[in-house]
Design a protein around this ligand. Structure first.
Ligand code: GCW
Length: 714
């Protein structure tokens, strides 16, 4: 079957012209990494053109579909833009499809001269293969790279959108929610298709549309018809929709007197509600649940367990193939246990008690998406339960979308953490991808950083975090360097100076943010509310608030020293980990210095590996962070004549702001901790610009994404 892409040749001329105009006019970043600008003539372009006059889309059925149409459109747009010609695309029924491609993977193979075959067992695999081919060309791979087979290591790869129905995005820093509920289903913004293209280009296959502090109305017919419209746009791109479910829905929506998960009427209500959802969205992915956490209703309101709560929804979803993602982000006002130990205490005993279509969704660390945490102990202690990792792409604790923090190194640090559960090498990634316990259901989730800003992510370089999450969700063995290289080539340039400079900036940035904000294992010392900027002094006030919402609970600064005591002589959180780690982290002399103040209360004079006392090391680390971000700023400034003016100026301005913020962090924290240490700043540390009272008086209001505050979307 010969199918010329639905995009007539005239379009390509227009597309080429439009691309030229956008580049000449400057560039707002809207195209993300799917930019397809014309390659310069040369041997590589010639080599590509020689391979690609004909592309065969090979599937077991050989029949066309909306997904294959999407693949054809992308290939025509991409190759038309990159190479300036339209390939001849045919669909063929084939059986020689690589078994290793699995359900959603693909094979790419150059066969007879001038023909490339994209083969897959499912149409969505062909789509993923088409994006992989375009990525290979955008990253200037040799044509030999076109012979490959790839399959995702994790089954469900989902963006969680903490989006409210009023357009507010909790911890969102890129404008409003993408989902225009007030005009759906009648008007489907073309931007939804571009969102689906961007996700599909990474192999993501799930979009969870609503906040975990769940908006209950989304499960009512008036909203389900809107959800169905979004699902219709996403479906050709292999993306299923998920929703959050408020545990009290049987009461609030169903009018029942209880939401007790063991109550027969409640069981029947969830079944009926789920059946209703599937009438609107036949391929609905499932429900994400935050329950008995931070004031959200949950099974514990009825003396039931998390498993009881998850299983009632799981039983309703099972017949439809839906799943429950039950979050383990729990800590109770009544508990006197160290907050970082509470989820383990609540969930460990439930291992094996969740249904097979339930996954317990666990943040990468035991506290809360800090710039650095040890991995969450539950990854090493629930072999009989499907465990998903939840990573935060939006930068709630790493400078919002005002500061550059490329998160692939953070994601990799978490994924490659060794739990020792089944001996050395039992990494979090291997727990999550099911290869250790051979679980059939495997899930990875990322809290999205997208919004209606033209560049989608608020900071032009923050697009790299959406990209990094998606690429790691497909293949967690990719390195931060490989991902930075790909994204930079696709989004900016493969020109050596630009490529080298931007990748260097990206790869240094997360550690830089750690150094100037929470070095040496310090954590949760940010400003309250906005979580933007320093606040080590802040005590969160108000009825129902609690000590573990305030920084002193975590830094425990006093005349003797600094840091949280979590070894055997403290809260003993090391006991939640394998003996190998308890020994390593539990001894102040063997604990890695980047987690020292996470696990130990260390005297100001403690001799660090550098030979310096801890106080001096702390001060110099903050200074190092300031020096590092100044260096990153200079690196970007050096690209003034290499980057389109619009994106250059935007990033330049944000980096200037980031340098100022880094100085604020250093000055505020060192002045505050100095009130305990009573020691002078060592040589090499710049004097603070103001006194401590100045920094303590800073109150950030109307910060985007801050819940409770007047809700602000930038
Ligand atoms: O880190 C905290 C955030 C909340 C968020 C919560 C969670 C959606 O400050 O904004 O609520 O975690 O993960 O549920």
């Amino acid at each position: 079957m010969i199918l010329t892409p639905r995009i007539p040749a005239l379009f390509l001329c227009v597309a080429g012209l439009a691309a030229w105009i956008s580049t000449a006019r400057g560039d707002d970043g809207y195209r993300l990494w799917l930019r397809y600008d014309q390659m310069a003539a040369g041997p590589l372009k010639t080599a590509y053109a020689a391979v690609l006059p004909r592309i065969v889309l090979a599937t077991p059925t050989g029949s066309d579909s909306a997904t294959l149409a999407a693949a054809r459109d992308e290939l025509a747009t991409g190759l038309g833009g990159l190479l300036g010609f339209m390939p001849r695309i045919t669909i063929e029924k084939r059986t020689d499809i690589p078994s290793a491609a699995g359900e959603e993977g693909y094979g790419l193979k150059r066969t007879e001269p001038g023909t490339l075959v994209i083969s897959a067992w499912q149409d969505v695999g062909v789509l993923h293969g088409a994006f992989a081919l375009l990525r290979a060309i955008q990253t200037r791979q040799p044509v030999e790279q076109f012979d490959t087979v790839s399959a995702p290591k994790i089954q469900r790869r989902i963006l969680d959108h903490w989006d409210e129905l009023d357009g507010f995005v909790e911890r969102g820093y890129a404008g409003r929610s993408l989902w225009e509920w007030s005009v759906l289903p009648d008007y489907k913004n073309p931007r939804y298709r571009d969102y689906a293209r961007a996700c599909a280009s990474l192999g993501l296959n799930g979009a969870e549309l609503t906040n975990v502090n769940a908006p209950i109305l989304v499960m009512t017919p008036g909203y389900l018809v809107k959800v169905a419209a979004l699902a219709d746009v996403f479906r050709p791109y292999g993306i299923r929709v998920y929703l959050t479910a408020k545990f009290s829905a049987p009461k609030e929506l169903g009018g029942l007197p209880t939401a007790d998960p063991l109550d027969p009427a409640v069981i029947a209500w969830w079944k009926a509600k789920v059946d209703e959802i599937y009438r609107y969205v036949p391929d609905f992915g499932g429900l994400l649940v935050k329950a008995s956490s931070e004031g959200q209703p949950g099974p514990q309101d009825y003396g039931r367990t998390h498993a009881d709560g998850a299983n009632v929804m799981a039983d309703a979803l099972a017949r439809h193939g839906g799943i429950v993602m039950w979050r383990a982000f729990v800590y109770q006002p009544s508990s006197t246990l160290d907050r970082v130990r509470q989820a383990a205490a609540e969930f460990k005993g439930l291992d094996g008690k969740f249904r097979d279509n339930v996954v317990v969704q666990i943040k990468n660390g035991p506290l809360d998406f800090m710039p650095r945490e040890p991995f969450h102990p539950l990854f090493g202690s629930m072999p009989k339960t499907n465990l998903a990792i939840e990573l935060q792409i939006t930068q709630e604790y790493l400078g919002a979308s005002i500061e550059l923090a490329y998160l692939a190194p953070l994601f990799k640090e978490a994924l490659e953490s060794d739990t020792y559960r089944a001996g050395p090498g039992t990494t979090v990634a291997h727990i999550v991808d099911g290869s250790v316990d051979h679980h059939k259901l495997t899930v990875i989730a990322g809290v999205a950083n997208t919004g209606t800003d033209r560049d989608w992510t608020g900071h032009p370089l923050a697009q790299s975090n959406w990209y990094a999450f998606g690429r790691l969700a497909w293949d967690h063995t990719l390195t931060s360097e490989q991902i930075a290289d790909e994204w930079t080539k696709m989004t900016y340039s493969d020109e050596p100076k630009v490529l080298g400079t931007i990748t260097k900036m990206l790869l240094a940035s997360r550690e830089t943010v750690v150094d100037y904000s929470m070095p040496l294992g310090l954590h949760h010392i940010m400003a309250e509310g906005s979580h933007y900027g320093p606040g080590p002094w802040s005590i969160v006030q108000g009825p129902g608030f609690r000590a573990d919402w305030s920084p002193p609970y975590y830094h425990q600064a006093d005349a003797a020293g600094l840091g949280a005591s979590r070894s055997a002589d403290g809260s003993n959180s090391i006991a939640d980990y394998a003996p190998e780690l308890a020994a390593l982290w539990g001894n102040v002399d063997t604990c890695p210095e980047n987690l020292l103040l996470w696990f130990h209360h260390v005297s100001w004079d403690y001799k660090m590996k550098s030979g310096r006392p801890m106080w001096d090391e702390l001060c110099l680390r903050y200074q190092q962070g300031v020096d590092e971000i100044r260096g990153i700023q200079k690196q970007w400034d050096s690209l003034e004549h290499d980057i389109d003016p619009e994106r250059f100026a935007h990033v330049q301005a944000l980096l200037r702001l980031q340098v100022a913020n880094a100085c604020n962090w250093r000055d505020a924290c060192l002045l505050y901790f100095q009130t305990f240490s009573k020691r002078p700043l060592p040589a090499g540390v710049e004097p603070p610009a103001h006194d401590l009272a100045y920094y303590e008086a800073v109150k950030i209001r109307y910060f985007p994404g801050t819940p409770g505050d007047p809700k602000v979307t930038r």
